[in-house]
Design a binder for this molecule. Structure first.
Ligand code: FNR
Length: 203
């Protein structure tokens, strides 16, 4: 069984991106357990001054990440980029420097928007950030969901809200890609050079 932590870049109560995350368990391989982490709004703004005695919300995020074999991030786009709340969470996740629990994870990223570009610029930023943080991101299919409001039924229960068959098929494929990346330890392979570098520094 693999454990996957799902993060939404939106704190909005009726967030389309969060709704999509809640639709994923029904599309995931049977042995993938998916948990939507809904506490990014509890994190303080990142400050190095807080690192010596990290607040409980930060420690909870680190624990949740450490317990996960993989990550899913669904994000909206704010003004052409990823929302501050998501960048803040990933800045916290990247610490402590040299012993962050993030490197080596496998991940999928997706974005959605009521607009016609599906939040692709925010998604591109996220891919760039994960490359920097040694998180292995499944390359494709690249899922940026445009006009997302037309693909959801807000009156349905969370597991059945995502109605669009094409989006469901793409997400199913993406989740199987994540399962394979986790099974093949794609993330761990990625961090071997990082360990080599850190060991070299320690020697
Ligand atoms: C937006 N929105 C937006 N959409 C987009 O496709 N590109 C963009 O650059 C922006 N910029 C933007 C800035 C700000 C401050 C807000 C509040 C909104 C619209 C956005 O996609 C829409 O509100 C989504 O519904 C937000 O995602 P959730 O909360 O539904 O997941």
């Amino acid at each position: 069984m693999s454990r996957v932590l799902a993060l939404s870049g939106s704190l909005r109560a009726s967030s389309f991106n969060t709704w999509i995350l809640h639709a994923l368990p029904a599309l995931a391989p049977e042995d993938m357990h998916l948990h939507v982490y809904e506490h990014l709004g509890d994190l303080p703004h990142f400050s190095e001054d807080l690192e010596a005695d990290p607040p409980a919300a930060v420690r909870a995020l680190w624990r949740a990440l450490a317990d996960a074999d993989g990550l899913i991030v669904a994000t909206p786009e704010y003004n052409g980029g990823m929302p501050g709340v998501l960048k803040n969470a990933l800045d916290w996740a990247s610490r402590p420097y040299g012993s962050s629990v993030l490197p080596g994870h496998a991940a999928v990223v997706l974005s959605s928007s009521p607009g016609i570009f599906g939040g692709i610029r925010a998604q591109a930023q996220l891919r760039e950030l994960f490359a920097l943080l040694n998180v292995y991101v499944v390359g494709g299919p690249q899922v940026a969901i445009p006009e997302v409001h037309t693909r959801l039924d807000p009156t349905a229960d969370p597991a059945h809200r995502l109605t669009d068959p094409t989006t469901r098929a793409m997400l199913t494929s993406l989740l199987h890609g994540l399962a394979e990346a986790i099974d093949h330890q794609a993330g761990n392979r990625l961090i071997k050079p990082l360990h080599h570098w850190q060991n070299g520094l320690a020697a």
